[in-house]
Design a protein around this ligand. Structure first.
Ligand code: AMP
Length: 114
């Protein structure tokens, strides 16, 4: 999508240092980190929200989580733990409408979330 900031990041049109990259998914650091490690994992293909997922996207979503676990290992978070979050629409707190998985770690998370 031409006016989507995360599509532009995935396409390399906005310079960004990828902490993870493969043919389906890229990962980069959040501009406004909410934890010592805060990485966003996104599909290269534009999907606006979780609501737009189709059965044929199931492997892609599974791959997003596999990529997140790989980044967590690389960042040294795996043993202590970390949190993954996908926000959906207004009540979920979504502000960028290109599906993204937040990987947060490096501090103890609280529950319930705000
Ligand atoms: P959400 O509120 O779940 O939609 O998360 C969107 C996230 O994208 C926020 O944590 C923002 O800080 C982050 N963000 C927005 N623009 C950029 C950008 N250009 N590069 C990296 N992170 C961004």
């Amino acid at each position: 999508m031409t006016d989507c900031i995360f599509c532009k990041i995935a396409a390399g049109e906005i310079p960004s240092e990828f902490v993870y990259e493969d043919d389906q998914v890229v990962g980069f650091r959040d501009l406004n980190p909410q934890a010592p490690t805060h990485v966003l994992l996104i599909p290269r293909r534009h999907i606006a929200t979780l609501n737009e997922l189709r059965p044929e996207d199931e492997a892609l979503v599974g791959h997003l989580y596999t990529a997140a676990a790989e980044v967590a290992r690389r960042e040294g978070l795996a043993e202590a733990g970390y949190r993954t979050v996908i926000n959906c629409n207004a009540d979920g707190g979504q502000t960028v409408f290109h599906l993204h998985l937040h990987l947060l770690g490096g501090r103890r998370m609280s529950w319930p979330p705000g």
